[in-house]
Write a protein that binds this ligand. Structure first.
Ligand code: NAD
Length: 510
């Protein structure tokens, strides 16, 4: 067993259900083996939960909420501060596990844990704010204000490509807001979630946090995720994953008027102007397109290049891609690790075939690597392709390192191409021209949740609200005022006078 697995307390066989301090004794009938996409080794076995465990987790969470909501927010923040410290102490082993189970580079694995630490810090400060407004009342001797109350149980469904950070973005804010959290991690990366939950246990025990404030449940979609989305006891579902999944979750939640934070697929583009500083742009494009082997929601999938520099940019990109080192992501010399599984490899290959059938060209890479170090069949060479924005395959998010090059002549055309897809997550322009930049940021500019200038599409800081428009789902999480969705807004009016005047001057004398 790798040392970092031992440090994190993972065993050969692990329960996949926890209510905080306790792990439920789950039998082996739903056991699954988790293998690394890096080298195919068995990381550990996981005993998943079923309907009975789901009921137990829900009942425990409901009870925990009754107590947790009454604890002052800064005291809840203190627990989150301590969780942040435990993550600091375990940044390397948890980053190593994320890298080993998901396949992203060690740098990115540790960066993901850093995001968890950052959101803890953010949430601690927030725990001393959670402020409402005082509003002028039209009635004499009345005070009107807006207060924010805890909401209840928050169901957090996470995707494989950010096995732990997405939970932290949600859970740390929800916790300071007085909510309790049930985490349903991706079935592809559950052991990173189990390890994270184990790291919390010491803090929860030391501070006598009620059982059920932070729960984890793994299990099949029908047993767990569908129950969670249909459950009237869960007023908010935060779901990160594919647009297909988001449509199902969104419909189920709308039917019972539950709130949702939907963080779904992206189809992100960079506009590369003829006035761009290519020294800045090229590394940002390459990192955006090949980082996490193209498996980030913010991955750069389309490069919209001005006609006058198109040929030279194409050549520079081919040169840069030729120098990429592909291999074990735990070896820091490598730039690109594996795809998550063989299905992802098949999907990428099928996308390249569709591209050719639709009139496009693969000008570099795209092949599946074989030979020593590549025995898993999950390593691919990132592809550069020439395409039209209108091709059906370009309109889709293929979760793999495929970069489509598209030409433009005017900035208006470039913006129309960038917006001309159903997804609306991240967008960027590289230009030194102020007019182009301002146009890109204007009401007639990018229609995405994230718009960057002289920065790539990939990655984001936790201080800003994160999320996207259109089929990306419209959710916002993490920074800014995203906390408000985890709370119930209440308008409060207090009459401290001796009469009972009605609003709008309505008379009602008895
Ligand atoms: P996925 O949709 O296959 O799975 C995501 C999660 O949803 C998993 O936990 C899965 O078990 C669960 N799930 C699947 N079917 C469900 C159902 N019917 N009801 C409830 N839950 C269900 O996605 P994935 O392959 O894990 O992740 C990749 C996708 O996630 C990409 O599309 C990517 O763009 C997106 N993503 C988006 C963001 C964002 O913030 N916008 C962030 C990360 C990933």
């Amino acid at each position: 067993m790798q040392d970092f697995l031992k440090t994190l307390g993972l065993e050969a066989e692990n329960s996949g259900v926890s209510t905080g301090l306790n792990w439920l004794p789950v039998d082996k009938t739903r056991q699954t083996a988790i293998h690394s996409p890096v080298d195919g080794s068995l990381i550990g076995k996981l005993n998943k939960g079923g309907a009975a465990e789901y009921d137990q987790v829900l009942a425990t969470a409901e009870k925990a909420f009754q107590t947790w909501r009454l604890i002052p927010a800064p005291k809840r923040g203190e627990i989150v501060r301590q969780i942040g410290n435990v993550l600091r102490e375990n940044k390397r082993p948890l980053g190593q596990l994320v890298s080993y189970e998901m396949g992203k580079s060690l740098q990115e694995g540790m960066g993901e844990v850093q995001e968890m630490i950052d959101i803890c810090d953010f949430a601690v400060g927030l725990s001393r704010q959670l402020y409402g407004l005082t509003i002028a009342s039209e009635r004499p001797n009345h005070r009107m204000m807006e207060t924010w109350q805890p909401l209840g149980i928050v169901g957090v469904i996470t995707s494989f490509n950010f096995p732990v950070a997405v939970w932290a973005w949600n859970a740390m804010l929800a916790a300071v807001c007085g909510d309790v959290v049930i985490w349903k991690p991706s079935h592809k990366t559950p052991l990173s979630a189990v390890a994270t939950q184990k790291l919390l246990a010491g803090v929860l025990k030391e501070n006598q946090v009620p059982e059920g404030v932070f729960s984890l449940i793994t299990g099949d979609t029908r047993d767990i995720s569908e129950r969670l989305t249909l459950d009237h006891r869960v007023p908010l579902i935060s779901a990160t994953g594919s647009t297909r999944m988001g449509k199902l979750v969104g419909r189920a939640c709308a039917d019972r008027f539950a709130r949702t934070i939907l963080e779904l697929g992206g189809n992100n583009a960079i506009i590369l102007s003829q006035e761009a500083d290519l020294k800045l742009a090229l590394p940002a494009i390459v990192f955006g397109a090949v980082g996490t082997a193209g498996q980030r929601c913010t991955t750069t999938r389309r490069l919209i290049v001005h006609d006058s520099i198109y040929d030279s940019v194409r050549e520079k990109l081919v040169t840069a891609y030729s120098s990429l080192k592909i291999g074990n992501p735990l070896d820091e010399k490598n730039h690109v690790g594996p795809l998550i599984d063989l299905d992802a490899v098949k999907t990428m290959q099928a996308a390249l075939v569709s591209l050719k059938n639709q009139g496009g060209k693969v000008i570099f890479g795209g092949d599946v690597l074989s030979g020593p170090g590549y025995e898993t069949g999950t390593y691919v060479r990132p592809a550069i392709c020439e395409a039209e924005n209108s091709y059906p395959i370009v309109q889709e998010e293929t979760f793999a390192p495929i970069l489509y090059l598209i030409r433009y002549k005017s900035i208006e055309e470039a913006i129309a191409l960038q917006n001309g897809v159903q997804q609306g997550l991240s967008s960027a322009i590289f230009t030194n021209n102020m007019r182009e930049m301002e146009k890109f940021l204007s009401p007639a500019g990018s229609d995405c949740g994230i718009a960057n200038v002289n920065i790539g599409t990939s990655g984001a800081e936790i201080g800003g609200a994160f999320g996207g428009e259109k089929e990306t789902g419209g959710g916002r999480e993490s920074g800014s005022d995203s906390w408000k969705i985890y709370m119930r807004r209440q308008t409060v009016t207090v009459n401290y006078g001796t009469t009972i005047p009605l609003a709008q001057g309505i008379k009602f004398d008895l």
